[in-house]
Design a protein around this ligand. Sequence first.
Ligand code: ZN
Length: 240
Amino acid sequence: MSNTTNELFRNDSYLKTCDAKVIQIDERGVQLDQTVCYPHGGGQLGDQGKLTFADGTALDIIDTQKDRATGELIHVLAPEHLSQLTEGDAATIELDWERRYKLMRFHTCLHLVCAMIDAPVNGGSIQLDRARLDFDLKEPLDKEQLTEKLNALIEKNASISMRWITDAELDAHPELVRTMSVKPPRNAEGTIRLVEIDGIDLQACGGTHVSTTKEIGPMLVRKIENKGKQNRRITVVSAD
Ligand SMILES: [Zn+2]
């Protein structure tokens, strides 16, 4: 049987800490009853942080992963630390917020890139120092023009909001899924999260976002590569 973790980051990506209880420990890592840690997925790196127990023991969370087969959310610790844990232990999770915030800014920036280019998305990835999206597109793109347009969208300071729709509503509007390779997560209640950047973008997405576009900060389209005859890869970096 798989365990369910209450994923607090889904409703509030700004949560930096929470209490948690150990529900399972195995060779993959530790599962907790709730968490602020986003698991690697949708091209975004998994979170890192610290797990502190009542006796003061503090263990590093070196990665957060989702078991694709079971849906279980795994906090990855150094193997030698796992033996220090017992099911039922109470702890506090502290997110490496500086790292996550960088990922949130890039992730939200990719929504803007998505909104600027009218083509299906083949895939993407978000690192700490850059993010990229691959578009199913033959036509060449202009780096300077895209940079200018992207920063104009960021400067608009548009607000970002979320709402939940049912599987049936999403199936009736397949255009809300922009990526061909990554399907948005569906939860047990059969609902999916829509992320709206006011007046700019609306799509189903399970990632973590900032609350206004200005938080993204100035960005630069660093390169546009041709990866295959129908694949344009766009890489953005922070300009500040
Ligand atoms: Zn997103």
